[in-house]
Design a protein. Structure first.
Length: 584
């Protein structure tokens, strides 16, 4: 066993210290620490300090391999009947994460924000994260604390100190006598019991700057690598010395005030689809985004040269490889994971790894999953994945012949409607009416794609910066609010060609001498529920709070009823057949 203490440099702030009683610590180890992720429990103590004397394992929680959702009804009864009469106050929730992921997820932060809003006099909510023995071969506890912030919550790394330990105890983990090894009375950055496994055998993503082909498998959460044709798939070592030799400060010198570059460097974009999105992904790299996961099974064809940002030298190469290569040419320190597969070839747990696990040691500050394909079912799964994992999302498509385009986006806690709420008639067209898409991308000028990519970029800045202190982008998403259906008119006759009258309605009474085309409308969207006059949305549940859908699905794949609903490649939905309530 070994414990890590903080190297005290000159800092302006002192990390909070969690004082954890031995009895509570022992029970955490025996329950959460001995089970596969994700499980959890609540912690409490007397008074208003940081001392935790009580722990309750949440046996009836709604958990899966990728999510932990506390049993609020059971825990509220515990507080009411047992803890409150004894003066025991809630201190926080301790739970486990798969593999070596050692920090709270976005979903954890959302839950912490809700707790802090509900309990006015609770100044700090502890969120210790456990990595378990069955998952990693060791026990690890990392202390995190959530505080109220100007926007949302601020989650900071704390320290932990085990107190009130007995003279003798019979607690052994991985063959280590814990009491004899732990440093009592000393604030620790984290507690690690057992030997930490090498990176290449853990569930941490270490596939940086390489391609995962259709014949390979992602490493699973149990730490076991799958084999291909009986041969073990070795992963190349990333040369950190090579990365250190690059100094990209001059690269971003002129945009230091345009974005929060530190935030952008920690941001991760998961792009499902890498055809028309190629230019956009490269542009996000130029804006400073530091982590990219690209999922697309296709290779570059000659016909792509006129419709996407590809080059003749790329023909027959995987699209994800080409984009990853160009991203690293822009920013050699960027992390890229290129997966030559369709999204439905990946399990929910594999997508969760891609969304939350460190990439070669680099944690994500915020992950956004994007549906950028021509496939209805791929776009639909992005919606369900975003809901299930509790992460923001963005989807975009070009209409027939590039005469218009749409963007839908979600952000848990901000937008009440999910993608399915917004586009429910499209779902009916494909699922209930068993229709196939017969609209192709033929006749679409490339400028339609580049125009769509520009507005996608501005929206992504709002999503990534939400809650930050950036003077331009930090509050932008709050100002956009629930207007999460964005439509572009790139044909002055859109109403006639595609039957879209929304622009005429929005601009009714406007000075038509000064309007022609290339306008954007931002249309407010509500959740589909009985309160809004619709059957409850099958994906988000129609509660109006997308956070309620975290961990909702057993499998996020949306299966067609018949083979007739399967789309062909390089198709786009015809807007006249697929739009829901347009607003305006």
């Amino acid at each position: 066993m070994h414990t890590k203490t903080k190297k005290h440099n000159e800092t302006k702030s002192i990390p909070p210290v969690l004082l954890l009683h031995w009895d509570a610590f022992e029970e955490v180890v025996k329950t959460i620490g001995s089970l596969r992720a994700e499980t959890g429990g609540t912690i409490g103590g007397n008074g208003d300090g940081m001392e935790v004397s009580h722990y309750h394992f949440d046996e009836s929680s709604c958990s899966s391999a990728v999510t932990y959702s506390p049993d609020d009804k059971h825990l509220n009864q515990l507080f009411k009947s047992e803890w409150n009469p004894q003066g025991i106050r809630l201190r926080g929730f301790v739970h486990s994460h798969p593999g070596h992921m050692g920090r709270p997820s976005y979903g954890d932060e959302v839950y912490a924000e809700r707790i802090l809003k509900a309990i006015d006099d609770l100044g700090c909510l502890w969120l210790p994260i456990i990595n378990t023995v069955p998952d990693t071969g060791m026990f690890r506890l990392t202390p995190w604390a959530a505080y109220r912030a100007k926007r949302g919550v601020s989650v900071v790394r704390g320290q932990i100190q085990v107190v009130h330990a007995p003279c003798e105890a019979n607690l052994v983990i991985c063959g280590v006598d814990v009491l004899g090894s732990i440093r009592l009375g000393v604030p620790l950055d984290e507690i690690i019991i057992g030997k930490e496994e090498p990176e290449h055998t853990s569930s941490r993503i270490s596939v940086v700057n390489r391609r995962i082909s259709a014949n390979e498998r992602l490493q699973t959460s149990d730490g076991v690598k799958r084999q291909n044709g009986g041969h073990h798939q070795e992963e190349p070592n990333w040369d950190y010395e090579t990365e250190k030799s690059f100094d990209v400060r001059n690269t971003f010198d002129r945009v230091q005030n345009a974005y929060d570059l530190a935030l952008m460097h920690r941001a991760r974009i998961i792009a499902v689809g890498a055809g028309g999105a190629a230019e956009w992904l490269e542009t996000m790299a130029r804006a400073g985004v530091g982590q990219f996961v690209m999922i697309d099974p296709d290779v570059v064809s000659e016909t792509n040269l006129a419709t996407q940002q590809t080059y003749r030298k790329d023909i027959n190469r995987p699209k994800v490889d080409c984009i990853a290569e160009r991203i690293r040419d822009i920013n050699p320190t960027a992390r890229t994971v290129a997966i030559q597969k369709s999204i439905d070839e990946l399990s929910d747990n594999e997508v969760r790894q891609l969304a939350v696990d460190p990439i070669d040691g680099c944690d994500t500050g915020r992950t956004i999953i994007c549906g950028l394909t021509d496939s209805f079912f791929a776009q639909a799964r992005v919606n369900r994945l975003a809901l299930h994992l509790g992460v923001p999302s963005l989807c975009a498509q070009v209409y027939r012949e590039g005469r218009g385009a749409e963007i839908t986006f979600t952000y848990p806690g901000v937008t009440p409607a999910c993608h399915r709420c917004i586009l429910s008639s499209r779902y009916r067209y494909f699922l209930e009416q068993n229709q196939a898409n017969d609209v192709t991308s033929h006749g679409t000028p490339i400028f339609a794609t580049t125009r769509l990519n520009a507005i996608k970029g501005f929206l992504m800045l709002a999503l990534l910066h939400h809650g930050s202190e950036h003077p331009r982008w930090g509050s932008m998403l709050s100002r956009i609010g629930k207007r999460n259906l964005v439509q572009l008119r790139m044909d002055p006759d859109l109403g006639e060609t595609l039957g879209m009258g929304v622009f005429d309605r929005v601009f009714e009474g406007a000075d038509k001498d000064r309007l022609f085309f290339d306008e954007v409308v931002w249309l407010p969207q509500d959740q589909e529920s009985q309160d809004t006059g619709y059957p409850p949305c099958p994906d988000c549940g129609g509660t109006g709070d997308l956070r309620d859908a975290i961990g909702r699905f057993h499998d996020t794949r949306l299966q067609p009823k018949t083979d007739a609903t399967t789309q062909t490649d390089d198709t786009t939905p015809e807007q006249s057949r697929s739009t829901n309530r347009m607003g305006g």
